[in-house]
Design a protein around this ligand. Structure first.
Ligand code: GUN
Length: 297
Protein backbone atom coordinates (compact mmCIF):
# COMPACT_ATOMS: atom_id res chain seq x y z
CA UNK A 1 0.00 0.00 0.00
CA UNK A 2 1.29 3.42 -0.94
CA UNK A 3 1.43 5.88 1.93
CA UNK A 4 0.09 9.33 1.06
CA UNK A 5 1.73 11.82 3.41
CA UNK A 6 -0.58 14.30 5.10
CA UNK A 7 1.34 17.59 5.17
CA UNK A 8 -1.51 19.31 7.01
CA UNK A 9 -1.31 16.83 9.89
CA UNK A 10 2.49 17.09 10.24
CA UNK A 11 2.30 20.90 9.99
CA UNK A 12 -0.36 20.95 12.73
CA UNK A 13 1.84 18.95 15.06
CA UNK A 14 4.74 21.37 14.41
CA UNK A 15 2.45 24.34 15.06
CA UNK A 16 1.29 22.72 18.31
CA UNK A 17 4.92 22.33 19.37
CA UNK A 18 5.59 25.95 18.45
CA UNK A 19 2.70 27.09 20.68
CA UNK A 20 4.62 25.65 23.63
CA UNK A 21 7.80 27.45 22.52
CA UNK A 22 5.81 30.69 22.14
CA UNK A 23 4.32 30.25 25.64
CA UNK A 24 7.77 29.85 27.13
CA UNK A 25 9.01 32.99 25.34
CA UNK A 26 5.87 34.74 26.61
CA UNK A 27 6.78 33.86 30.19
CA UNK A 28 9.94 35.88 29.63
CA UNK A 29 8.03 38.82 28.18
CA UNK A 30 8.74 38.10 24.51
CA UNK A 31 6.13 37.79 21.76
CA UNK A 32 7.68 36.82 18.41
CA UNK A 33 6.87 39.20 15.54
CA UNK A 34 6.88 38.54 11.79
CA UNK A 35 6.70 41.27 9.16
CA UNK A 36 5.55 40.30 5.69
CA UNK A 37 6.21 42.70 2.85
CA UNK A 38 4.29 42.46 -0.41
CA UNK A 39 5.27 44.40 -3.54
CA UNK A 40 3.15 42.60 -6.09
CA UNK A 41 -0.37 42.53 -7.47
CA UNK A 42 -0.18 38.85 -8.34
CA UNK A 43 -3.23 37.22 -6.74
CA UNK A 44 -1.32 34.08 -5.71
CA UNK A 45 1.36 36.14 -3.92
CA UNK A 46 -1.44 38.06 -2.16
CA UNK A 47 -3.02 34.75 -1.10
CA UNK A 48 0.29 33.30 0.16
CA UNK A 49 1.03 36.36 2.27
CA UNK A 50 -2.45 36.51 3.77
CA UNK A 51 -2.19 32.80 4.69
CA UNK A 52 1.14 33.51 6.41
CA UNK A 53 -0.46 36.33 8.40
CA UNK A 54 -3.37 34.09 9.40
CA UNK A 55 -0.93 31.40 10.54
CA UNK A 56 0.82 33.97 12.76
CA UNK A 57 -2.44 34.97 14.40
CA UNK A 58 -3.37 31.34 15.07
CA UNK A 59 -0.15 30.49 16.93
CA UNK A 60 0.32 33.77 18.80
CA UNK A 61 2.97 35.45 16.67
CA UNK A 62 2.54 39.21 16.13
CA UNK A 63 1.92 39.67 12.42
CA UNK A 64 2.76 42.96 10.72
CA UNK A 65 1.96 43.41 7.07
CA UNK A 66 3.33 46.09 4.75
CA UNK A 67 2.18 46.59 1.17
CA UNK A 68 4.20 48.58 -1.31
CA UNK A 69 2.80 49.76 -4.62
CA UNK A 70 4.07 47.55 -7.40
CA UNK A 71 5.21 50.61 -9.35
CA UNK A 72 6.95 52.37 -6.46
CA UNK A 73 10.70 52.90 -6.72
CA UNK A 74 12.91 50.19 -5.19
CA UNK A 75 14.06 52.73 -2.57
CA UNK A 76 10.63 52.56 -0.97
CA UNK A 77 11.03 48.83 -0.37
CA UNK A 78 14.60 49.30 0.86
CA UNK A 79 13.59 52.01 3.33
CA UNK A 80 10.73 49.81 4.63
CA UNK A 81 13.25 47.02 5.20
CA UNK A 82 15.60 49.45 6.99
CA UNK A 83 12.78 50.43 9.37
CA UNK A 84 11.81 46.80 10.04
CA UNK A 85 15.47 45.93 10.65
CA UNK A 86 15.57 48.33 13.60
CA UNK A 87 12.05 47.65 14.95
CA UNK A 88 12.46 45.60 18.15
CA UNK A 89 8.92 44.17 17.81
CA UNK A 90 9.92 42.54 14.50
CA UNK A 91 11.99 39.36 14.77
CA UNK A 92 11.46 38.08 11.25
CA UNK A 93 11.12 39.81 7.88
CA UNK A 94 9.75 38.09 4.78
CA UNK A 95 9.69 39.92 1.46
CA UNK A 96 7.37 37.93 -0.78
CA UNK A 97 8.98 36.90 -4.08
CA UNK A 98 8.85 37.42 -7.00
CA UNK A 99 9.46 41.17 -7.00
CA UNK A 100 8.69 43.50 -9.93
CA UNK A 101 11.34 43.56 -12.68
CA UNK A 102 12.60 47.06 -11.80
CA UNK A 103 13.61 45.90 -8.31
CA UNK A 104 16.98 44.19 -7.81
CA UNK A 105 16.11 41.05 -5.83
CA UNK A 106 19.69 40.50 -4.66
CA UNK A 107 19.96 44.02 -3.25
CA UNK A 108 16.66 43.52 -1.41
CA UNK A 109 17.61 40.17 0.11
CA UNK A 110 20.97 41.60 1.20
CA UNK A 111 19.27 44.59 2.84
CA UNK A 112 17.45 42.35 5.34
CA UNK A 113 19.23 42.00 8.69
CA UNK A 114 20.56 38.40 8.51
CA UNK A 115 19.33 37.78 12.09
CA UNK A 116 15.77 38.62 10.90
CA UNK A 117 16.05 36.77 7.57
CA UNK A 118 13.55 34.00 8.33
CA UNK A 119 13.53 32.92 4.67
CA UNK A 120 17.24 32.08 4.96
CA UNK A 121 17.95 33.82 1.63
CA UNK A 122 20.57 36.38 2.80
CA UNK A 123 24.08 35.38 1.59
CA UNK A 124 25.27 35.11 5.22
CA UNK A 125 22.56 32.55 5.96
CA UNK A 126 23.15 30.72 2.68
CA UNK A 127 26.83 30.53 3.66
CA UNK A 128 26.03 29.16 7.11
CA UNK A 129 23.79 26.50 5.56
CA UNK A 130 26.47 25.42 3.10
CA UNK A 131 29.03 25.37 5.93
CA UNK A 132 26.77 22.94 7.81
CA UNK A 133 25.85 25.40 10.56
CA UNK A 134 22.41 26.60 9.43
CA UNK A 135 20.89 29.52 11.33
CA UNK A 136 17.55 29.63 9.47
CA UNK A 137 16.92 26.68 7.18
CA UNK A 138 14.88 27.87 4.16
CA UNK A 139 11.24 27.00 4.80
CA UNK A 140 10.36 24.68 1.92
CA UNK A 141 13.52 22.51 2.10
CA UNK A 142 13.20 22.38 5.88
CA UNK A 143 9.56 21.36 5.47
CA UNK A 144 10.58 18.56 3.11
CA UNK A 145 13.17 17.36 5.63
CA UNK A 146 10.61 17.39 8.47
CA UNK A 147 8.05 15.58 6.31
CA UNK A 148 10.56 12.81 5.52
CA UNK A 149 11.38 12.53 9.22
CA UNK A 150 7.70 12.31 10.17
CA UNK A 151 7.23 9.54 7.57
CA UNK A 152 10.26 7.63 8.93
CA UNK A 153 12.06 7.97 5.61
CA UNK A 154 15.70 8.42 6.60
CA UNK A 155 17.82 10.00 3.84
CA UNK A 156 20.98 8.45 5.39
CA UNK A 157 22.66 6.41 2.64
CA UNK A 158 19.78 6.93 0.21
CA UNK A 159 20.13 8.10 -3.38
CA UNK A 160 18.14 11.32 -3.56
CA UNK A 161 17.39 13.07 -6.83
CA UNK A 162 16.19 16.67 -6.72
CA UNK A 163 14.63 17.94 -9.93
CA UNK A 164 15.10 21.73 -9.97
CA UNK A 165 18.01 23.97 -8.97
CA UNK A 166 16.23 27.07 -7.66
CA UNK A 167 17.69 29.25 -4.90
CA UNK A 168 14.50 28.70 -2.88
CA UNK A 169 14.22 24.90 -3.07
CA UNK A 170 16.70 22.86 -5.12
CA UNK A 171 20.00 24.37 -3.96
CA UNK A 172 19.24 24.59 -0.23
CA UNK A 173 17.52 21.18 -0.17
CA UNK A 174 20.57 19.55 -1.75
CA UNK A 175 22.67 21.05 1.04
CA UNK A 176 20.32 19.81 3.76
CA UNK A 177 20.06 16.29 2.37
CA UNK A 178 23.79 15.66 1.94
CA UNK A 179 24.90 17.39 5.13
CA UNK A 180 26.66 15.13 7.67
CA UNK A 181 23.78 15.58 10.09
CA UNK A 182 20.56 13.95 11.27
CA UNK A 183 18.13 14.15 8.34
CA UNK A 184 21.02 14.28 5.88
CA UNK A 185 23.76 11.88 4.72
CA UNK A 186 22.04 11.17 1.39
CA UNK A 187 23.87 10.94 -1.92
CA UNK A 188 22.29 13.85 -3.78
CA UNK A 189 21.94 14.46 -7.51
CA UNK A 190 20.49 17.79 -8.62
CA UNK A 191 18.82 17.65 -12.04
CA UNK A 192 17.67 20.64 -14.10
CA UNK A 193 16.60 21.78 -17.54
CA UNK A 194 19.97 20.83 -19.08
CA UNK A 195 20.11 17.35 -17.53
CA UNK A 196 20.65 14.57 -20.02
CA UNK A 197 18.18 11.67 -19.61
CA UNK A 198 16.27 12.84 -16.56
CA UNK A 199 14.29 9.59 -16.40
CA UNK A 200 17.50 7.56 -16.01
CA UNK A 201 18.41 9.66 -12.95
CA UNK A 202 14.99 9.67 -11.29
CA UNK A 203 14.35 5.98 -11.90
CA UNK A 204 17.56 5.09 -10.04
CA UNK A 205 16.60 7.12 -6.96
CA UNK A 206 15.26 6.08 -3.55
CA UNK A 207 13.94 9.60 -2.97
CA UNK A 208 12.74 11.92 -5.75
CA UNK A 209 11.94 15.55 -4.97
CA UNK A 210 10.20 17.34 -7.83
CA UNK A 211 10.72 21.11 -7.71
CA UNK A 212 10.92 22.16 -11.34
CA UNK A 213 7.64 24.03 -11.77
CA UNK A 214 6.56 21.80 -14.66
CA UNK A 215 3.11 20.21 -14.31
CA UNK A 216 3.08 16.40 -14.36
CA UNK A 217 6.79 16.19 -15.24
CA UNK A 218 7.27 12.96 -13.25
CA UNK A 219 5.20 9.83 -13.80
CA UNK A 220 5.51 6.13 -12.97
CA UNK A 221 7.77 5.42 -15.96
CA UNK A 222 10.44 7.64 -14.33
CA UNK A 223 10.34 6.07 -10.87
CA UNK A 224 11.73 3.01 -9.18
CA UNK A 225 9.33 0.61 -7.48
CA UNK A 226 9.16 1.62 -3.80
CA UNK A 227 10.45 5.18 -4.24
CA UNK A 228 9.59 8.08 -1.95
CA UNK A 229 8.20 10.94 -4.05
CA UNK A 230 7.99 14.48 -2.71
CA UNK A 231 6.17 17.00 -4.88
CA UNK A 232 7.10 20.64 -4.31
CA UNK A 233 5.42 21.90 -7.48
CA UNK A 234 2.43 24.21 -7.34
CA UNK A 235 1.26 24.86 -10.90
CA UNK A 236 -1.98 26.44 -12.03
CA UNK A 237 -3.35 24.59 -15.05
CA UNK A 238 -6.47 25.51 -17.02
CA UNK A 239 -9.54 23.67 -15.74
CA UNK A 240 -13.29 23.86 -15.82
CA UNK A 241 -13.58 25.26 -12.28
CA UNK A 242 -14.97 28.47 -10.83
CA UNK A 243 -11.52 30.10 -10.99
CA UNK A 244 -10.76 28.65 -14.42
CA UNK A 245 -7.75 26.72 -13.14
CA UNK A 246 -6.72 24.06 -10.69
CA UNK A 247 -3.48 23.49 -8.81
CA UNK A 248 -1.34 20.56 -9.76
CA UNK A 249 2.14 19.43 -8.79
CA UNK A 250 5.20 18.43 -10.79
CA UNK A 251 4.23 14.78 -10.29
CA UNK A 252 1.39 12.96 -12.01
CA UNK A 253 0.02 11.79 -8.67
CA UNK A 254 -2.26 8.95 -9.76
CA UNK A 255 0.31 7.40 -12.07
CA UNK A 256 3.26 7.87 -9.71
CA UNK A 257 1.23 6.42 -6.83
CA UNK A 258 1.10 3.09 -8.64
CA UNK A 259 4.83 2.52 -8.03
CA UNK A 260 5.76 4.79 -5.09
CA UNK A 261 5.83 3.57 -1.49
CA UNK A 262 5.47 7.08 -0.11
CA UNK A 263 4.12 10.14 -1.94
CA UNK A 264 2.92 13.67 -1.17
CA UNK A 265 -0.24 15.16 -2.65
CA UNK A 266 -0.70 18.68 -4.07
CA UNK A 267 -2.30 20.47 -2.38
CA UNK A 268 -1.89 19.21 1.20
CA UNK A 269 1.70 17.94 1.07
CA UNK A 270 4.70 20.27 1.14
CA UNK A 271 2.70 23.55 1.05
CA UNK A 272 1.47 23.48 4.68
CA UNK A 273 4.96 22.44 5.82
CA UNK A 274 6.53 25.52 4.20
CA UNK A 275 4.14 27.73 6.17
CA UNK A 276 4.82 25.89 9.44
CA UNK A 277 8.58 26.24 9.02
CA UNK A 278 8.24 30.00 8.55
CA UNK A 279 6.62 30.16 11.99
CA UNK A 280 9.41 27.92 13.30
CA UNK A 281 12.10 30.30 12.00
CA UNK A 282 10.26 33.29 13.46
CA UNK A 283 10.15 31.70 16.92
CA UNK A 284 13.81 30.73 16.58
CA UNK A 285 14.64 34.31 15.54
CA UNK A 286 12.88 35.74 18.62
CA UNK A 287 14.87 33.40 20.87
CA UNK A 288 18.18 34.29 19.20
CA UNK A 289 17.51 38.03 19.33
CA UNK A 290 16.60 37.94 23.03
CA UNK A 291 19.33 35.46 23.91
CA UNK A 292 16.72 33.01 25.22
CA UNK A 293 17.22 29.32 24.55
CA UNK A 294 13.93 27.95 23.14
CA UNK A 295 13.00 24.30 22.58
CA UNK A 296 11.73 23.90 19.03
CA UNK A 297 9.62 21.04 17.66
N1 GUN B 1 7.77 33.02 -3.08
C1 GUN B 1 7.61 31.70 -3.28
N2 GUN B 1 8.16 31.00 -2.26
C2 GUN B 1 8.67 31.92 -1.41
C3 GUN B 1 9.36 31.80 -0.17
O1 GUN B 1 9.64 30.70 0.35
N3 GUN B 1 9.71 32.97 0.41
C4 GUN B 1 9.45 34.18 -0.15
N4 GUN B 1 9.86 35.28 0.49
N5 GUN B 1 8.81 34.31 -1.31
C5 GUN B 1 8.43 33.18 -1.92
Amino acid sequence: MTRVLDGNAVATSIRDGLSTSIDSLGEQGVTPGLATVLMSDDPSSETYVSMKQRDCEEVGINGIHVEIDVEAPAEELLSTIAELNTDPAVNGILVQLPLPDHVDKRAVLQAIDPMKDVDGFHPENVGLLVAGEPRYKPCTPHGVQKLLEAADVDPDGADAVIVGRSDIVGKPLANLLFQKQQGGNATVTVCHSHTDDLAAKTSAADIVVAAAGVPNLIDETMLAEGATVIDVGVNAVDADTEKGYRLTGDVDFERAKSVADVITPVPGGVGPMTRAMLLYNTVKAAGLQHDISVDLP
